[in-house]
Design a protein. Structure first.
Length: 674
């Protein structure tokens, strides 16, 4: 189909007589004065006569901006071209006639707007599905069975800092096969990770889990429950992960042409690319794919994964199939050649998906994995605005699990309507067909981010922000609440309990009393260790771990581990500290304990303290280098010590905490000044 540009009827502006001033053009400035009539004398051999010939009338235009242009000048403002002709301004739209293109890989061309005109653009589309199978930007299909993390697409020359990596894993234990467990998307300085966990997709933005819909720094995330889409408007890029291990990447050719590399190949170029930029033949993609290993700290074994595999290495032998897939056996691949895909096959080639489905089933004998290739084929149909409701033909094998209250729906073009401030709002237009989990017919979402479906909007909210139906009652903070039928708002009556202020060593808790009234109160924070209960400020040790000391703080148990100095002596020469953690090798230099009375103002206590005591080597020896005697002096000094807390008893039954240093180990060291 050929589209004509948007045009505007030429706009003519009549120009008044010229003023006796300077006329300004885009490139020329000339001085013009009021026109005069100059007599011209014509002489002939017979006679002489005099006649008057008028000068040409000046031709110029004055634009709305106040600038004066002479006839023949052209200029552009915003989305329009202007020309000065016969003292008139002629206006026309800048849009050019463009025919609808045919895109690679059966991709449907899109109409995009550049701020002035609509024009056609093709997306470069790359797909991953099955165990896994790939389709590059240029439509080359190949199978790659490694379970590491690989770069699917990245910019050759970074402009937007955009890339997508696939996280593969062994999805069928005991078989050399892998599936796409998730993806890692980078854009500018942000990272989006999508991961499939128990058939549910977990989405994180810069390592923080998000709810949908979500938007941050030019990145938009939308979920249908079975599929998460990432859209980046600035670069018109769409990336999605579906619960059957399907990844789809669509980037505009007008932005990324010849500037991508990775397992997806070059947008608008070759499919099989080496890391050093070399292009290989299309049959070598399963070898070049190994070059694009992605550094993943969770997969240390991938450091030894094969790379730079030569194209000459033979491809893996396709698995034999004992029977052709039919409707009567357990292989679901027959659906792709059945009548339910007839309309789609007129626009999209499904042979690659059918071959991938049979490959997976024959190699793994796993019917569940058939769903991935079929689901991806159905998505390609929806991209071409053709709906294929295939799951109901799989005897429940490929059914999607939706959250309670939601039902699976195929080929939807918009998200569910939802309530906001008591009013019904229209769901987001998806722009294309999509499948997922939606509210049953006649119901809408309680709010934009809610998974609860309701029939009517109200303003009523429960204590946690949850939607409340008209007439619904509940209790909160010792009040009886009702969603009023007349005001559509919650109305609560009863005595409100005051929330107490807790001490530093306490925390606020709420217990449900027998009357269902939530009573907040303060309780002391305690720590549990080894079957014992400790209060804030308590310190203790565990005989099983003599080098570990513990204290109870507000955030929980604080553990410290004492590091012993390196020693090397016979067991009979080892002198252990009081905690049986560290030892010294000097029997004569050891900690000696004694009791001391600590007195601070009117507070006192008797505490056990230690001091280093013992004999160390001293004397003199002959120095053969200097020919003189050398003095040796070692003193018994603290080697290791720790802080201890003593509780002093004060008058009036009060107590006071006192911190002091307790020596746990001694050693012979050079005497001070020596």
């Amino acid at each position: 189909m050929t589209t004509r540009p948007e045009t505007t009827t030429p706009h003519e502006t009549t120009t008044p007589p010229p003023p006796p001033t300077t006329i300004t053009t885009t490139s020329i400035t000339t001085e013009t004065t009021t026109p005069t009539v100059t007599p011209t004398t014509i002489t002939t051999p017979e006679s002489t006569t005099t006649s008057t010939i008028p000068s040409p009338k000046p031709c110029y235009c004055i634009a709305p901006s106040g600038i004066t242009y002479k006839c023949g000048d052209s200029w552009a403002v915003d989305c329009f071209n202007y020309t000065c002709t016969n003292n008139r301004i002629i206006e026309s739209r800048k849009c050019l006639i463009q025919s609808k293109p045919t895109c690679q890989n059966d991709v449907v061309p899109r109409l995009v707007e550049d701020g002035c005109c609509k024009k056609w653009d093709c997306d470069c589309q790359c797909e991953v599905y099955g165990d896994p199978h790939y389709k590059t930007f240029s439509g080359t299909a190949y199978t790659f069975l490694e379970n590491c993390t690989y770069t699917l697409v990245e910019e050759k020359a970074p402009i937007h800092n955009f890339s997508v990596a696939v996280d593969n894993y062994n999805c069928i234990p005991g078989y050399k096969a892998s599936c796409a467990r998730g993806l890692i998307l980078k854009y500018k300085s942000n990272i989006v990770t999508l991961s499939i966990v128990n058939y549910k997709i977990v989405s994180k933005f810069n390592n923080m889990q998000v709810n949908f819909p979500y938007e941050n720094d030019g990145i938009q995330l939308e979920s249908t429950g079975t599929l998460v889409k990432v859209f980046i408007p600035a670069i018109q890029t769409r990336v999605s992960l579906a619960s059957y291990n399907e990844i789809n990447i669509r980037v505009p050719r007008s932005i990324f042409e010849n500037n991508t590399q990775g397992q997806c190949g070059v947008c608008g170029g070759a499919s099989c690319i080496r890391k050093d930029g070399r292009n290989e033949i299309d049959s070598c993609c399963d070898k070049t794919a190994s070059d694009w290993i992605y550094a993943d700290a969770s997969k240390p074994y991938c450091k030894s994964a094969p790379q730079n595999v030569p194209c000459s290495e033979p491809p893996p032998t396709p698995p034999p199939c004992s029977s052709k897939p039919t409707k009567n056996n357990t292989i679901l691949c027959w659906l792709l050649s059945s009548s339910i895909f007839d309309e789609c096959r007129k626009k999209v080639s499904l042979s690659d998906y059918e071959a991938a489905c049979q490959y997976d089933h024959c190699m793994l004998n796993n019917t569940k994995l058939d769903c991935s290739s079929i689901a991806r084929a159905a998505e390609r149909c929806m991209e071409n605005n053709i709906c294929v409701e295939w799951t109901k033909h799989t005897n429940g094998i490929c059914d999607q699990n939706c959250s309670e209250g939601l039902v699976y729906g195929a080929c939807r073009k918009g998200m569910d309507d939802y309530c906001q401030a008591g009013e019904r709002k229209s769901g987001h237009d998806l722009g294309e067909m999509i499948s997922g989990c939606f509210c049953p017919d006649g119901l809408i979402r309680a709010d934009k981010n809610s998974a609860k479906c309701i029939r009517n909007c109200t303003y009523c909210k429960g204590p946690n922000g949850e939607h409340k139906e008209i007439g619904e009652t509940w209790k909160y903070n010792c009040k009886n609440c009702t969603c009023s039928k007349s005001t559509l708002m919650e109305e609560c009556v009863g005595e409100e309990r005051v929330t107490p202020s807790c001490e530093d060593y306490q925390t606020l808790v709420v217990n449900n009393a027998t009357d269902s009234c939530e009573i907040p109160h303060c309780v002391n924070i305690t720590c549990e260790h080894g079957g014992q209960t400790y209060q804030i400020g308590d310190q203790w040790r565990d005989a099983k771990q003599p080098c570990h000391s513990y204290s109870c703080v507000k955030s929980g148990i604080n553990e410290k581990i004492q590091v012993c100095p390196a020693q090397n002596c016979l067991d009979s020469h080892k002198v252990w500290d009081d905690n049986k953690c560290c030892y010294t090798c000097k029997e004569s230099c050891v900690p000696k304990t004694s009791n001391k009375t600590i007195q601070i103002e009117d507070c006192s206590a008797v505490v056990t303290v230690t001091e280093c005591e013992g004999q160390c080597q001293s004397g003199s020896s002959f120095n053969s280098n200097s020919g003189s005697m050398m003095t040796i002096c070692k003193c018994c000094q603290p080697k290791t010590e720790e802080k201890r807390i003593a509780t002093l008893a004060c008058s009036g039954s009060n107590t006071r905490r006192f911190e002091y240093t307790y020596v746990t180990g001694c050693n012979c060291e050079d005497c001070p000044g020596k």
